[in-house]
Design a protein around this ligand. Structure first.
Ligand SMILES: Cc1cc2nc3c(=O)[nH]c(=O)nc-3n(C[C@H](O)[C@H](O)[C@H](O)COP(=O)(O)OP(=O)(O)OC[C@H]3O[C@@H](n4cnc5c(N)ncnc54)[C@H](O)[C@@H]3O)c2cc1C
Length: 385
């Protein structure tokens, strides 16, 4: 689209998570009139770490915000996968993207703060919970639970896994329970039993449990994440310390000791959900992105990274196409095949045979009762980050 047409474009982004904040940056750099509407009265994130991949960091460089993110993160060269007992299975460098070779490990709270911190004052409107959305062709009408009504030429639905935009305009299918829980905490490196010694991500795997250690050395901390099989699909289930310890039974003693030392008040406990692929992400003046479009299981560490890539691709499409309508179709054509595949891989994991190949002599899946078999084991080349 011509620069002056983009400048006249009034864009409303729903949700100020990673996807919405990144889209606000990318679209305002094109000159569009952008506002972000966020339901929360103030922003916060769960205590956990996340890895920002080389492709994500390349976008940040392009948008001039690389330093703002890099200064609150630690660059990592590789990731490692180990058995429950701590024997190495594989070690690999992160997939490169152009000049970018490292993945930046960051606390989720620092990440959202850095992203929102580069947006101009007033761009994000907190306390705005979207209630209804109506696509009227070239414009859309939004109503919020606080009584406000907004009209926009383009609405970007970045409102996460329980998206109202998706539910009202694209699909009435709700989130799908994976049969797993995620237990996440950020602990002091001093309580990590010697396991914080470099800046690389490690995943210990066995008996249907994955333990992710993501060092945050710039904070003298470590993000400790146990993902374990559990049939309770309650969104925020209650789990005791004993329950947590049972998931790491037989793991490297240091991991058991870290678990034993956790302050349960600080552990974020969540049942793990994703969504089925959504057939179409756009209408005349509305588009979905991030988890709203393609929430995926976290085993590949690609959800937040995909949301950032969506933001970049949406801005590129608007700059390249002749109209909003064409741009939204182009955006979907570029991004949906990629995220469809990530959604599929993150659900599929390895087959039992492949798990057995990876654990020669140990064969955890074959030796376990059916209820304990790993349903979804991270593919090494795409390990969580
Ligand atoms: C256990 C776990 C571990 C993960 N680990 C990783 C990882 O290592 N790497 C990775 O890349 N990804 C990871 N993810 C995935 C990642 O967290 C998500 O993919 C990412 O947060 C999606 O960003 P988003 O902006 O699309 O959605 P969200 O972060 O969910 O943001 C949506 C925003 O919209 C707001 N909102 C919702 N409804 C409304 C409404 N009606 N009106 C206004 N605002 C609204 C919400 O308050 C929120 O601020 C993990 C996820 C889980 C559950």
């Amino acid at each position: 689209m011509k620069a002056e047409d983009i400048k006249n474009l009034k864009i409303a982004i729903i949700g100020a998570g990673y996807g919405g904040a990144a889209a606000a940056k990318a679209l305002s750099l094109l000159g569009a009139d952008v506002k972000v509407y966020e339901q929360a009265p103030q922003m916060g994130e769960v205590g956990a770490g996340i890895g920002l991949r080389p492709a994500t960091m390349a976008r940040f460089r392009e948008w001039g915000i690389f330093d703002a993110v890099a200064k609150v993160s630690s660059p990592s060269d590789y990731f490692e996968i180990l058995t429950a007992a701590g024997e190495p299975i594989m070690k690999d460098t992160w997939p490169e993207f152009g000049e970018e070779k490292q993945t930046y490990l960051i606390h989720r709270g620092d990440f959202i703060e850095a992203l929102l911190g580069v947006l101009p004052e007033g761009m994000v409107q907190l306390g705005h919970r979207l209630e209804t959305i109506e696509d009227k062709g070239g414009r859309s009408v939004l109503t919020f639970t606080n009584g406000e009504t907004v009209e926009a030429d383009l609405v970007v639905g970045a409102d996460g896994i329980k998206s109202v935009v998706r539910e009202q305009l694209f699909s009435d299918k709700g989130p799908v329970f994976s049969g797993e829980h995620a237990y996440r905490a950020v602990i002091s490196a001093d309580d990590a039993h010697g396991l914080v010694f470099d800046d690389n991500l490690r995943m210990y795997i066995g008996k249907g449990t994955k333990v992710y250690l993501l060092p945050l050395r710039h904070r003298n901390q470590m993000s400790f994440d146990i993902t374990a099989l559990n049939p309770d699909g309650t969104w925020a289930p209650e789990v005791t310390k004993e329950g947590l310890l049972a998931t790491v039974d037989g793991f490297d003693e240091r991991l058991v000791n870290i678990t034993r030392g956790l302050d349960m008040e600080t552990v974020n406990i969540r049942a793990v959900y994703d969504i089925d692929p959504v057939d179409t992400w756009h209408k005349a003046s509305v588009v979905l992105m991030g988890d709203a479009a393609h929430s995926m299981l976290h085993h590949q560490g690609q959800g937040a990274n995909s949301a950032i890539e969506d933001a970049g691709a949406l801005a590129d499409a608007l700059a390249q196409a002749g109209s909003v309508k064409e741009a939204l179709a182009l955006f979907q054509a570029i991004r949906k095949p990629v995220t469809d595949e990530l959604q599929r891989i993150s659900r599929q994991g390895w087959s039992e045979e492949e798990v057995n190949d990876v654990f020669p002599g140990q064969k955890p899946a074959a030796q376990m009762p059916t209820s304990q078999k790993p349903t979804s084991v991270t593919a090494p080349a795409q390990s969580k980050g």
